[in-house]
Write a new protein. Structure first.
Length: 191
């Protein structure tokens, strides 16, 4: 007589059922262990988040540039702006520029100059015909600010708060502007 595999309705016998259950349980435990091990490995090997980038902390000092209509792209203003930005990296002073739109006259540039002086610019650099003319004429009206004129030396200034820079070589001009900005702003306190 052949051996019976199952019961009357060909269902597995109780001993056979527990073997299948044991395999299923064993596979489920192994799968759970694999998931746990993978999760631990991912957590351990995941790259640490780099320190969040910090925004540059500027000091409460602003240095401004007043330019002609071409702004900082003007060949006369570009080296001055570059020097101001380089100085800002060292001193952490804020730098900004404002271009004079419209006619490049002292009368038109005067309102732009007054805007910079009134907004708290401690040092204002002027480059270009209109900005220089307005500064020569109106610097004494803004004693709270210091001024730097980038000019060929033809500007005659009576105000004690104005320095004239006459360097024509870009490298020498940048060096002189950095020196003036650094002197006006001072070194930042150590953090």
């Amino acid at each position: 007589m052949p051996k019976r595999v199952g019961g009357r309705d060909r269902q597995p016998t109780p001993g056979r059922l527990s073997g299948r259950r044991a395999r299923i349980v064993l596979l489920a435990v192994i799968a759970a262990l694999v998931v746990v091990v993978l999760a631990v490995l991912v957590a351990a090997l995941w790259p640490n988040d780099p320190a969040e980038p910090r925004a540059r902390e500027y000091r409460d000092v602003t240095v401004c540039l007043l330019t002609g209509a071409a702004g900082v792209t003007d060949p006369a203003a570009a080296p001055v702006w570059t020097a101001m930005q380089e100085s800002s990296l060292q001193t952490r002073a804020r730098v900004q520029f404002l271009e004079v739109d419209g006619p490049q006259t002292a009368d038109n540039a005067a309102s732009y100059l007054a805007s910079l002086a009134g907004s708290g610019c401690e040092l204002i650099l002027a480059v270009g015909e209109g900005p220089v003319a307005a500064t020569v004429r109106d610097a004494a009206r803004h004693p709270q600010a210091s001024f730097v004129l980038v000019d060929d030396g033809s500007a005659a200034v009576d105000a004690g708060n104005v320095t004239v820079v006459t360097e024509t070589d870009d490298a020498a001009l940048q060096q002189r502007v950095r020196e003036l900005v650094d002197a006006a702003v001072g070194a930042p306190a150590d953090d």
